[in-house]
Design a protein around this ligand. Structure first.
Ligand code: NAD
Length: 262
């Protein structure tokens, strides 16, 4: 299927590794020019080189910086001639007990996982509407549907973003101009983040890391973790010319782990 995206420009945030990188790769394969961001210059440039090798016909720009800061966002936006596709992503907040989180911890989580995507949406959607095409995909978490106790900062901040996007996506000045906003909710995906979380969990429980990973896999009906590549493929479809009637939705990718009917 031709996704109808060749020649578009995408800003893919936090994309040197993991799910963000998976989204950038899938878009580049479809002929989309990308601006990718991440904090660490070295990994970012290596990913940019890999993306150029994947499709030499596209332009790939790499901007090192913290997307959760106003400067990081301004630099990322300045490097993208126009944003037709915005993939919002950033690192997730740390786990813990809410009794130990002060106002600063909450503000940091809200900044990273709620206000940063909202600022980037604000900077880009009206231009998308003027041009008659726009796609926003926010990488959130399965924790929005089924909260994870120790990830209270994530549950809270991402639910705030989800509620905001649900309202905005239904503005006819956006939906009526072929601008869609959706959230993509990862369950367990085989990335650095998942490996680090499992190592921390294993150290705490006294289990070997591989034993911990096996138990986690067995609890997923698909019996495996997802890959960044398959995450990226769904993201690219949500950005495609065919997905113009899909807006304000939360698409859960979790190998069947969420037990509910809806
Ligand atoms: P990852 O650690 O593998 O990759 C994160 C990427 O984001 C890296 O490229 C890193 O450089 C970049 N990054 C982090 N903070 C940044 C910032 N402030 N500014 C710019 N770049 C930044 O993580 P991942 O597994 O790909 O996770 C991506 C998002 O999805 C996270 O918010 C995570 O909490 C969430 N998530 C992941 C899973 C999973 O199983 N992997 C499950 C649920 C939710």
């Amino acid at each position: 299927m031709d996704l109808g995206l060749a020649g578009k420009w995408a800003l893919v945030c936090a994309a040197s590794k993991g799910l963000g990188r998976g989204c950038a790769e899938a878009l580049v394969r479809e002929g989309v020019n990308v601006t990718i961001t991440a904090r660490g210059e070295e990994a970012l440039q290596a990913t940019a080189a890999a993306l150029r090798a994947l499709n030499p016909a596209v332009q790939v720009r790499a901007v090192a910086g913290d997307i959760t800061t106003p400067e990081g966002r301004a630099q990322a936006l300045a490097a993208c001639p126009q944003v037709d596709i915005l993939v919002n992503n950033a690192g997730g907040p740390p786990p813990g007990d809410f009794r130990s989180w002060d106002r600063e911890a909450w503000i940091a989580a809200l900044d990273a996982n709620m206000l940063t995507p909202i600022e980037l949406i604000k900077a880009t959607v009206d231009g998308m509407a003027e041009r008659g095409f726009g796609r926003v995909v926010n990488i959130t978490s399965g924790a929005v549907k089924a909260p994870i106790d120790v990830l209270g900062l994530s549950n809270g901040a991402r639910s705030g973003l989800t509620g905001f996007v649900a309202g905005l996506a239904r503005q006819s000045r956006l939906a009526g101009r072929n601008v869609t906003l959706n959230n993509l909710l990862p369950g367990a995906f085989d990335t650095d983040r998942l490996r680090k979380t499992m190592q921390a969990g294993a150290a705490k429980s006294g289990l070997a890391a591989e034993e911990m990973a096996d138990r986690r896999r067995q609890a997923i009906p698909a019996q495996r973790f997802g890959s960044a590549e398959e995450f990226g493929a769904i993201c690219a479809f949500m950005c495609s010319a065919h997905a113009g009637y899909l807006t304000g939705q939360n698409i859960l990718l979790d190998g069947g782990a969420y037990p509910g009917t809806f």
